[in-house]
Every structure is written in C-alpha cells, then in structure tokens.
Design a binder for this molecule. Sequence first.
Ligand code: DGY
Length: 328
Amino acid sequence: MSRERLSVVVTRRLPEAVETRMSELFDVRLREDDTPMTRAELVDAVKTADVLVPTLNDEIDASLIAQGSERLKLIANYGAGVDHIDVHTARQRGVLVSNTPGVLTDDTADMTMALILAVTRRIPEGLSVMQKSEWGGWAPTALLGGRIAGRRLGILGMGRIGQAVARRAAAFGMQIHYHNRRRLRPETEEELEATWWESLDQMVSRMDVISVNCPSTPSTFHLMNARRLKLMKPSSVIVNTSRGEVIDENALTRMIRASEIAGAGLDVYEHGINVNPRLRELPNVVLLPHMGSATLEGRIEMGEKVIINIKTFGDGHRPPDQVVPAML
Ligand code: DGY
C-alpha cells in the first residue's frame, strides 16, 4: 500500500472511542445517523473506499463486491460472524476479509447463561408480575422453575464461545455435552469435562438444554430443523446466541405452542427483525434483541480489532484476523 492514509468507510455508528481512534489513523468516513446504509450508500462506499467496515446488518454479496472499484482491498468486518459477506467472491476479486474473533466470547457466553437461567427460572414472568404490581407475596408453589444443576447441556458448536459456555455451565453444576464437526483435543475435553457426540440426533434426544453456538454457514442452515427439534425431550429447552438461521424458527414456534418443547431463549432470529409474532406471545420464550456481545468493553475491543486489521494491512501485511473461505 502507498504511504497515503487509507480511505475507510464505516457503515454504522461505532463507540465514540473507536470512531475517534479511526479518525486519527485513517481518512475515515463515519456514519452520521445510527441507521444501516442503504444499498445505494453501500455501492457508493465500495466504489470509493480502500477499506469497508461493515456490520452484520450489511449484505456484502457478490453483486455488491463486483461493483467495488479497483481500490477496494479490504472488508474489515466489525463483528465475528461473516455470514453476511460473500467471502469466496471477495477472495476471487482480490479483496481480503477480516473479522473480530475472541473479544466477544465471554460476553456472548454470559448472555447464553442468562438465557438458560431466564427460561428455566422464569425470570421474565417474575419481572412481569412485579411490573404489573400483581405480586401477592411469597407462595410455596408460585412461579416454580427448574434447577439447572445436574441438567445435561448439549452445546452445538464447540468453538471459542461454546467452550466459554461450557466453563460457565459447569460452574453451575450442569453436565457438559457437545457436538462439533471436529472433536476437541482429549486434554480440552478433559478440562471441560465434556462428552462428545458424533451424532447430533443422539445428543439432541438426550439433553435437557440445547445451546446453539455454531456459526451460520450453508451446512448449519436449519441444523435444528423440524425433524431434529422433534427429537428434543418435551421437558427440554433451547437457547440460541449465534445465528437465527441455524434453527427452523417456524417449526420451533409450532412445537413450543404444542408443548413439544418446554421453552426457548433466543437472541437471534431466522429473519432478522421480522420475528415470528407467535413467538412473542409465549410466556416460556425469552426474546432478546441480538445483544449477546452488547457490552461497552466488548464493542470497543471489537473496534480495536478492526483498527489492528486495517493498520496491519496498510503496513503491507496480512490482517491478523483474515477470514479465508477454507475456515467457513
Ligand atoms: C458477531 O460479531 O457476529 C455477533 O453476532 C455480534 O453480536
């Protein structure tokens, strides 16, 4: 790269500290209002920038990448998941892609535990009683949930976040099981006291809680489809802090309504903000607006990762968090 400052376009408002640092380092165009860019704005961005900094709300597909000018060389995603970016096409056109792994692991794992507890201990129902001033005092049979200690947790996707969930859940006394494309090393399995299931079907049918922690890829689309959801025990619950596309949301909704699954805690949805309206009506379903990584610390660290990726690239090296198609 030349010694000139890189021209960087950021598609969304970022924490102030991150925007300030970017302005010091790059010729950066920041977003003024906190709304996603329109398609036309994205097209303009890829035509004019050396580096695009998108978020998971931006569809960086083949057609958008094809409209990029020769100078577009890096897509430095603000986030870990890259399912909204056509990494293959970017590579073919010589555009590098990087992401921000690692820094949102603990926050997302914390939120996974929060959802497991919220669903099994009926926290939103308790909150609602208090907010509506309906509390008549302690009662031996009021709002009884289930104890999580001793329950079997099946983690679907045992990467960084899955393992962080395992550590937390073990501290709560849960028994850890997992399904992952690749089995963990024996010493990691031993440390986590985790049992590997080669067959997802078999794991799903024996668990009390399923936690979805795998990325969204063509091979994980509807991994929890209607057939597999049917294998879950009627007393079991499912939580998802990864990507909505991994679960068939309509099938899940139908089954919870039919009491074939005991509940769900969801932070992500198959169709983004278009959440199945029936899900919202269910008392045993806890819905959050994709806030698994939403801590100020985490979001600043994500920004720092983006900056390091851009700077390293600008200095003529491979960005440390480069994503290559083989990783997906
Ligand atoms: C990511 O970075 O992909 C997360 O989903 C954001 O919370």
